[in-house]
Design a protein around this ligand. Sequence first.
Ligand code: TYD
Length: 210
Amino acid sequence: MKGTFVTFEGCEGSGKSTQLKLLAQKLDEAGADYILTREPGGSAIAERIREIILDGKNTAMCDECEALLYAAARVQHLKEVVIPALDAGKLVICDRYVDSSLAYQGYARGLGQEYVASINSFALNEYPPDLTLFLNISPEAAFARKHGADENDRMEQLGAEFHQRVYEGYLSLAKKYPRIRLVDCSGSKYETSQNIWRILANEGVVGASR
Ligand code: TYD
């Protein structure tokens, strides 16, 4: 593996999509050789699994099925998209990865770290990210900013307590894995974008200026 694997994590409405768009602009300006991809999805098969997982009508889905579907989409996307790009020496930026499963399914659903780690062992052991940026904003603040949850999204509908557990899960993962950095999101979106660039530059993922 010659490339660099950077993942982005955050709670619902943490501004991840906005930040990834701003980052992509900066990477384009810098002429970086990168791909920007996402989970669940990022390849045709994984996008179909995504539709099943997020479909608001699938209220009968059990927690284990949910966790296994995320893991299935992950391994497909890894083999089809991420690994070839890393092998080609590219920078791979992924919107969510295995820490989402550890936080949402492991902590918030209560399936436990061991179970979630075991069904994600290929990702966790063979392809851990080089660096993970967690957009550190509480779900309360995030939902207030986006004016509530999306009613068609099964995960967003899970309520404040669930999302608070997700947040606490991420904070505890950040203590466990030194590769996870907390991004200060208390300023404007442009300040947050600068914070992200600074962390990437400090880690040698991108050049310093911008
Ligand atoms: P998405 O609309 O992409 O959310 P966001 O813009 O917040 O990233 O939907 C992805 C949802 O799936 C989101 O609620 C987080 C959840 N998720 C998990 O629960 N486990 C996982 O392993 C992954 C990758 C996502």
